[in-house]
Ligand binder design. Structure first.
Ligand SMILES: [Mg+2]
Length: 190
């Protein structure tokens, strides 16, 4: 039986078009490296403004300008021979929760378009990622790596670099920097 792999999308497999949409919304020219925390919290600030931003986001396709990370596609495809891959990604946007359907659609279409080897029946759209049991999980947010998972990998991202090695080891989490590293780790662990 194949091992179960739970893998996140945004900032793990791809850089979503979030920053571009945010720059359009704010009239700015930020780059990821300008931030230490998650972009939205850092730049937009007050809750009302976040809601206003997500209202704007609803009019855009967040995946039209998504950039897939180097080797992500190839490694995932290779891993799909040995792992039962479940793509697990959040889709509901703050303040516009009940009108988030467009994000579900844009995300699903992007996944089907770019990753033909992913099983559409194994796509999980949820903001509560800690309820699953899996052999391996990859996510860029530590708070999503608290479930019943044997091997937890934090994908290195601009907003998680402040998390210390100590904090990671306390939570039994290993930081990975790229997909070649993931390939090595996961194929060794079969
Ligand atoms: Mg993510």
């Amino acid at each position: 039986m194949k091992k179960t792999l739970l893998v996140d999308l945004d900032y793990v497999i791809c850089e979503p078009g979030l920053l571009k949409i945010l720059n359009d919304f704010c009239g700015t020219n930020y780059k990821d490296d300008d931030f230490e925390d998650y972009i939205i919290d850092d730049v937009i600030g007050p809750q009302e403004k976040i809601q206003e931003f997500y209202e704007y986001y609803l009019t855009q396709d967040g995946y039209a300008d998504a950039v897939i990370f180097e080797n992500a596609k190839e490694v995932l495809e290779k891993l799909s021979e040995y792992y039962d891959i479940h793509l697990c990604s959040a889709c509901v946007m703050y303040g516009v929760e009940r009108r988030s359907a467009k994000l579900f659609k844009d995300k699903f279409e992007f996944l089907m378009r770019e990753f033909p080897f992913l099983d559409p029946e194994k796509i999980i759209f949820t903001n509560t990622k800690n309820i699953f049991k899996a052999d391996v999980q990859i996510d860029d947010r530590l708070q999503n790596l608290m479930g019943d998972v044997k091997l937890k990998l934090l994908f290195d991202a601009y907003h998680n670099r402040k998390i210390t090695d100590d904090e990671l080891s306390k939570n039994n989490v290993i930081r990975v920097k790229n997909w070649k590293e993931i390939e090595k780790l996961l194929l060794e662990n079969i």
